[in-house]
Write a protein that binds this ligand. Structure first.
Ligand code: F58
Length: 792
């Protein structure tokens, strides 16, 4: 390892050790690790080709991979070796780890799920390729100025990405616009614009290096670097038009997790990476097979939400226009290849494109969608339409073109059947299935929480890392006082680590003995961060009114970004920061209650916050959070959940036991009923002196001195609309928080409950989720069971 690092430093970076920066050392370390990854990766690819094995193609606009050094070293079993080699070279492994940019090629849960799935596919030895976009700028960086969110461009690619291999030879033409002509019984698309898609491959190595898959991200290149004729004419803009289109396509990740921007560019991004991926997988298929009609035997294509739903029409287009299949057989074959995962019921997040816009960018695809529509209507008269009121509805398109459609938690799947796709479900009653989300135990316990992970391995061996259900064995330890005390010592260690970081970065001192109560996720009204901050104010009021009541000290920790155009979410951020300014500086309560909101929440921050949490806030309005995956990470790391019966909370509660979960709030059914009552919010708030008082204080400017009207709109909305039903759940939430306070006071009992959470979370491994997809959707297995046995 030492030699490899030095060799990369010298020949890869052209540096000698005495003049190398932290960046140089990190690159050298990464490349030394990447070499080892390649030694697992290439044989895996060879095996897949040799066996003509079926591959999974996971198409996703987002892969929220975060940093890779630690993960890669851990999966290769090389962490200690790397640490020791670096120490001999006078370098600190952890410093290099911290130098790596956090690759934020995603918004939140959907993108992080894709990253966990890649880890599990490799760990399970299932041949797979993740396909996405190599964004030049990932999710914006968040800063707070006077308590308000400011967005700054993210620049992870301003340094070289250590893990990727550029593949200039793997290049496809992607075309847009123009018109379609029909002659010789065929369609001829004459596009108006073209860019090249170029592949960049990052190896994804499973646990213990058993298998290696590929994350292939596409970047756009101009077809003509530069139009010399236009340039010589003096038309400088025209000279670089193709370059401009190429640059814009991969420039930014859309930072919107609520509404589609409706921008043509987003549609182009979607088509760009989907079309490149479909061309690529067909080319690969034809290396080992000669009958395209059997594509489904070698390719399972999964659509991560509707963003790549154009894959259906694109595959049909290639099958018909290029490979000469009939329309009907092409549609059937495409359907056998495709699966679609739905991640949301929120109407504003469902993709719809105006037909005129769609037809302008993808004229041939619009024709094909009309054919798909006609075929569907011919077979199922009265079927819901893809083309509706002048829009192309991507959800309906994805549903109709997929052989399986899955929800991401049991409750969400039921609601998909009953609401979003109820009519399509009636027509295709076996198409919708459930695959409850999961998380990779490698990153989300083994690597992010060495204190707990070491303790667990000491007690039950390390088999749990690849077989998380083995954590069940910890149930036997819930009565073991010595083990419980070690378990709490690990938590304490993580809380100290976090406290030190908060002190260093924010200059705020927090007490590691206090309860760390954490809510980290995108800011959204349905996730109800505002209910949390209102409860914080109510608690503060009570603490001041009854100073001698023996309050449980708490640190309320928030993390998350708001979509730049989502006004209310930004207002919620502002309110949290305003409330923090007042409460954190109140001498009467500052030792009892602190609010911490570090800016720029990302994967790396999650890796530090989650292991340090005592209480996990999963408080969405029931029926709105499709699954949640943060909820799983917390419970796995020994936090108790305070939560509603929403998304995967329902299943987490079943697995860890109702007595180890702080449940509150209305059910999804009750919410739907309650909302029908006009004026429900006002009537409810009038019956809650506690909530009334809090709203009054906000409205009076208690937290925005000198600007009393700042939150009038916000408060008025709660009184008059409250679509997300904060009013209906507020008192119950407050009381449940006090039950949590009380429980936290009995440290031994709390420790047993926390350990029971960890012990019960084995089922939420993304390995289990992927096995479900492999069995129920993809019909794939490990390519090489024998090698897996040998090396596993
Ligand atoms: C999330 N969706 C769900 N969408 O909200 C969450 O409950 C679930 O656990 C997770 O998917 C994984 O299944 C989500 O993250 C987005 O970020 C989209 C980004 C692009 C625009 C539409 C939303």
């Amino acid at each position: 390892m030492k030699d490899a690092i030095l060799a990369h430093l010298r020949y890869g970076l052209g540096k000698d050790a005495s003049h190398s920066s932290v960046y140089d050392w990190r690159m050298a370390l990464s490349h030394a690790l990447r070499d080892r990854a390649v030694d697992h990766w290439i044989p895996s690819t060879q095996t897949t080709y040799a066996r003509k094995a079926k591959r999974v193609y996971y198409l996703s606009m987002e892969f929220l991979i975060g940093r890779l050094v630690e993960d890669m070293a851990a999966n290769l079993g090389a962490t200690e070796e790397a640490r020791a080699a670096l120490a001999e070279l006078g370098q600190d492994f952890d410093t290099l780890v911290r130098d790596e940019p956090d690759a934020a090629l995603g918004n939140g849960g959907l993108g992080r799920l894709a990253a966990c799935f890649m880890d599990s596919l490799a760990t399970l030895g299932i041949p797979a390729m993740g396909y996405g976009i190599r964004y030049e700028h990932g999710l914006f960086e968040q800063d707070f100025v006077d308590g308000q969110q400011i967005e700054k461009p993210e620049t992870w690619l301003s340094q070289k990405h250590a893990w990727e291999f550029e593949r200039p030879e793997v290049q496809y033409s992607i075309t847009f616009g123009g018109h379609v002509e029909h002659h010789d019984g065929r369609a001829h698309w004459h596009p108006h614009e073209t860019v090249f898609a170029t592949a960049h491959d990052t190896p994804v190595i499973g646990w213990q290096g058993r298998w290696g898959n590929t994350l292939r991200l596409w970047s756009a290149q101009p077809v003509k670097i530069f139009d010399l004729a236009s340039f010589n004419r003096g038309d400088y803009l025209a000279a670089s038009r193709s370059e401009a289109l190429a640059r814009t396509i991969c420039r930014v990740l859309y930072p919107d997790d609520t509404t589609e921007t409706g921008k043509e560019l987003r549609l182009k991004q979607e088509y760009f990476f989907t079309a490149a991926s479909i061309q690529d997988l067909i080319r690969r298929f034809l290396v080992t097979h000669d009958d395209i009609r059997r594509l489904d035997e070698a390719a399972a294509i999964q659509l991560n939400d509707t963003h790549p739903a154009i894959a259906g029409p694109e595959l049909v287009r290639l099958l018909v226009d290029v490979h000469g299949l009939g329309m009907g057989e092409a549609i059937d074959l495409a359907r056998r290849c495709l699966g679609y995962t739905n991640h949301t019921l929120l109407p504003e997040a469902l993709e719809r494109w105006p037909e005129w816009l769609f037809g302008r960018v993808l004229p041939r695809h619009l024709e094909i969608i009309r054919e798909i529509e006609a075929t569907q209507q011919a077979e199922f008269a009265g079927s819901p339409r893809i083309l509706d009121h002048g829009n192309v509805q991507m959800g309906e398109l994805a549903f109709i073109m997929a052989h399986k459609v899955n929800g991401v938690s049991a409750l969400h799947t039921d609601l998909v059947k009953q609401t979003l796709f109820s009519d399509l479900h009636r027509i295709h009653p076996t198409r919708i299935i459930n695959q409850t989300n999961g998380i990779t135990p490698r990153r989300w316990l083994h690597t992010c929480n060495p204190a707990l992970s070491g303790l667990i391995t000491g007690a039950i061996g390390d088999g749990w890392v690849a077989d998380l259900e083995q954590l069940k064995a910890l149930k036997g330890k819930t009565g073991d006082a010595a083990f419980l005390s070690d378990f709490m010592a690990a938590k304490r260690h993580n809380k100290e680590r976090l406290s030190n970081w908060v002190q260093q970065t924010l200059g705020q001192s927090i007490d590691p003995d206090a309860m760390f109560d954490v809510q980290i996720k995108r800011i959204h009204e349905y996730k109800r961060q505002h209910m949390n901050i209102l409860e914080t104010i109510a608690l503060w009021n009570e603490m001041k009114a009854n100073p001698g009541a023996g309050w449980q000290p708490r640190v309320k920790i928030f993390g998350g970004k708001a979509a730049p155009g989502y006004h209310v979410a930004k207002e919620i951020i502002h309110l949290i920061n305003d409330v923090a300014t007042v409460i954190n500086n109140d001498p009467a309560t500052k030792d009892l209650l602190q609010i911490v909101y570090p800016p720029n929440y990302n994967v790396t921050m999650a890796e530090m916050l989650i292991p340090a949490a005592d209480l996990s806030e999963q408080i969405s309005t029931a029926g709105k959070e499709a699954s949640g995956t943060g909820n799983m990470k917390f419970a796995l790391n020994g936090a108790l959940t305070i939560g509603t019966l929403d998304g995967a909370n329902v299943e987490i509660r079943e697995h860890v036991g109702a007595e180890n979960f702080f449940l509150f709030g209305l059910t999804a059914q009750e919410i739907m009923e309650a909302r029908k009552q006009p004026g429900f919010a006002r009537a409810t708030i009038e019956k809650s002196p506690r909530m009334q008082r809090v709203l009054q204080q906000i409205a009076e400017g208690r937290f925005s001195p000198g600007d009393a009207s700042r939150y009038h709109g916000f408060v008025g909305n709660l009184w008059d609309h409250d679509y997300f039903c904060v009013s209906l759940d507020f008192d119950n939430y407050y009381d449940t928080q006090r039950r949590a306070d009380e429980a936290f006071g009995h440290r031994d009992a709390w420790a047993a409950m926390a350990l029971t959470n960890t012990a019960g979370m084995g089922w939420f491994s993304s390995d289990r989720t992927i096995q479900g997809y492999a069995r129920d959707i993809w019909d794939v297995g490990p390519a090489d069971a024998k090698t897996l046995e040998k090396t596993g």
